[in-house]
Design a protein around this ligand. Structure first.
Ligand code: DGT
Ligand code: CA
Ligand code: CA
Ligand code: ZN
Length: 598
């Protein structure tokens, strides 16, 4: 279940949004927005705090603290409920459509009476919006695209929330007497960026106590179905969980099956059939009666796992390794199981030696409270040191992101402070960096003279998201060509389920990055995971190097690279491909971009 702090963050953010769109005080809205971020990033659970304690959280004032306390006590914030009641739920849903947003949603409702996403889509298709003030010809198209995006992600859960819930489930079920094994499988084990539901697998001689334990969990809101082999429930947060209990000797086959992906499974099953075998969630079997090799090729049960072919003796099913080995394959890491060539590579002995979280030696993109982070420089550095890193870069926002109010003086003062901290952290090399803003023409915030003073520069797009493809491509290539830009941050700027990627010729940018020795970031924030897995694989083919960064805005976010590692593995990356898996000696050389500075 998402942390209480995250629930409170969402409620306060919603309150701020509602103040804005109902024409309330923008200053107040900003204060609630800030409080929302502060609570979300606060390391301590708000559950145990009273009004006084809540006010100790930086950015949380008295009236916010009171609202949080009300929520903790009653499960409701009356002021929020009152604002919610002013706006029909369909209109609030429209506000969530990327490229509509609160202001437009309210205007559509007030001026045209459009009160739901369906009505909005209908109005655009019937061409009722063109000519209405503020709606150009392309807006309709863009909104339809936004609706599409929202529907695609509809019901899917982000990786961090799903992981947290799955870990709680596995811990709870593992503690049930009689449970001999328990793990999560499905798309979550493959570390897809979002998951449709959570699949948990367990072994026990008697499944009943496990099923009862699941349905009895306090955060389970609804039992969708329950039987001796499978139980499905929905949590209070609306996430579906499927639990399957199998006999211990079938663990390996079941884990392969329920980890998927479906496409990977189908390929495995085809291989089994070619070898005169049959693979299902119950094991790998000889095909009874028909032992003719190849005779089963093209058999109809390929694909559904519940084939009707008579089952002969069981070959193996206890471990994943055994199942793969019996098919002539090495064990294949779950993050590769998407039928993107992993079975062919395994047959050729060419599976990549995937990068692991423990390979990361540092983080090259992080923020402090000098800009929009929540923690101080010291707090961030101490937390990074505790992670065992050998280098750590602080990269606060540069001045062109006006609302962050950065100045040369503040930057230089931070650099001084960082150099002083170095005495306390002799094992952690501290790098002073910045996150530059890539302007519409590809320029960045500071002239070369000032840029040369940084140890590392990340450069990211934070504005002009709607430039056309050619302009977008040009600006990113120019950023790569800047001799002081080492890493391109969150290249496509997408926010999963909220904002689509910018329109850019990725291959052209990848080629420029490879040519200029500019790394491309895998931003590990679960809301971004940008670059995404498939594009990572594509960039790697161009010879691009990557930086797996947290983009942390709070100490807790320094753990995000765990999710970026999932994306990197899904993009077939090895430690060799990732600059922050390199030693400082080697990274230092990379950060010079010497050839370009001549
Ligand atoms: P999700 O939940 O939509 O993010 O994706 P998955 O991959 O977790 O899919 P899910 O929960 O429907 O099923 C879990 C695994 O079970 C899936 O990865 C592969 C296996 N599986 C489910 N249905 C089928 C099927 O019809 N055929 C085959 N071969 N495998 C299946
Ligand atoms: Ca699933
Ligand atoms: Ca499922
Ligand atoms: Zn950042």
């Amino acid at each position: 279940m998402p942390r209480l702090n995250d629930q409170v963050r969402e409620l306060l953010q919603e309150y701020a949004d509602l103040i804005n769109i109902t024409g309330g005080d923008a200053f107040r809205a900003r204060a609630y927005e800030k409080a929302a971020r502060a609570v979300g990033g606060h390391p301590e659970d708000v559950a145990g705090l009273d009004v006084k304690g809540l006010q100790q959280i930086p950015g949380v004032g008295k009236s916010t603290a009171e609202k949080i306390a009300e929520y903790l006590a009653t499960g409701e914030i009356p002021a929020l409920e009152a604002l919610r009641a002013e706006i029909p739920s369909g209109v609030r849903e429209m506000m969530a459509v990327p490229s509509v947003g609160p202001k437009r949603a309210l205007a559509l409702y007030r001026d045209l009476g459009i009160a739901s996403v369906d009505e909005l889509a209908g109005a655009i298709r019937a061409d009722k919006l063109s000519g209405v003030a503020g709606f150009g010809e392309r807006s309709g198209e863009k909104i339809l695209h936004g609706i599409e995006l929202m529907r695609q992600s509809g019901g899917r859960t982000l990786l961090d929330a799903a992981t947290e819930l799955a870990e709680q489930l596995v811990a709870a079920l593992s503690a049930v007497p009689g449970c001999t094994r328990c793990a999560y499988a499905g798309s979550l084990r493959r570390m897809r960026e979002t998951v449709g539901d959570i699949d948990v697998l367990a072994t026990a001689a008697d499944s009943a106590p496990l099923m009862a334990a699941l349905t009895g969990l306090p955060y389970v809101a609804e039992v969708i179905g329950s039987g001796p082999t499978k139980t499905s429930v929905r949590t209070a947060q609306g996430i579906q969980v499927d639990l399957r209990v199998v006999p211990e000797e079938d663990w390996g086959a079941a884990l392969v099956y329920f980890t998927g992906s479906k496409a990977h499974n189908i390929k495995l099953r085809t291989m089994a059939v070619r070898a005169g075998l049959k693979l299902s969630e119950y094991g790998l079997f000889e095909v009874g009666g028909d032992t003719g090799k190849g005779g089963a090729k093209g058999s109809k049960d390929v694909g559904d796992g519940k084939g009707k072919a008579a089952e002969g003796a069981k070959v193996v099913s206890a471990t994943e390794e055994e199942v793969y080995a019996a098919l002539g394959l090495p064990w294949i890491p779950p993050t590769l199981r998407e039928d993107r060539g992993e079975i062919e590579a395994a047959l050729d002995g060419e599976l990549p030696d995937l990068i692991q979280e423990s390979d990361l030696r540092g983080d090259l993109h992080t923020h402090t409270d000098l800009t929009d982070g929540l923690a101080t420089l010291t707090e961030m550095v101490d937390t990074a040191a505790a992670r065992g890193y050998s280098y750590y870069a602080v990269t606060d926002h540069a001045p062109d992101l006006v609302m962050q109010r950065m100045t040369d003086e503040k930057m230089l003062a931070q650099r001084e402070e960082l150099r002083r901290l170095a005495d306390r952290h002799r094992k952690l090399r501290l790098l002073h960096g910045t996150e530059l803003n890539i302007g519409p023409d590809g320029g960045v915030d500071w002239p070369p003279g000032f840029l040369a003073g940084f140890d590392v520069c990340v450069a990211s797009v934070h504005s002009h998201f709607t430039l056309d493809r050619a302009a977008q491509t040009r600006r990113l290539i120019r950023a790569c060509e800047n001799p002081y830009v080492h890493v391109i941050g969150h290249l496509t700027t997408r926010r999963i389920g909220r904002r689509g990627p910018i329109d850019v010729d990725l291959d052209a940018v990848f080629a420029a990055a490879a040519r200029t020795g500019t790394a491309i970031e895998i931003n590990s924030s679960p809301q971004r995971l940008d670059l995404r897995d498939e594009d990572v694989l594509r960039a790697k083919r161009h010879g691009v190097r990557f930086a797996i960064d947290s983009d942390a805005h709070a100490t807790g976010h320094l753990a995000y690279p765990r999710f970026g590692i999932g994306t990197a593995q899904r993009g077939w990356l090895t430690a060799e491909d990732v600059i922050n898996a390199w030693t400082w000696q080697r990274l230092k050389h990379f950060l010079r971009k010497d050839a370009l500075r001549k």
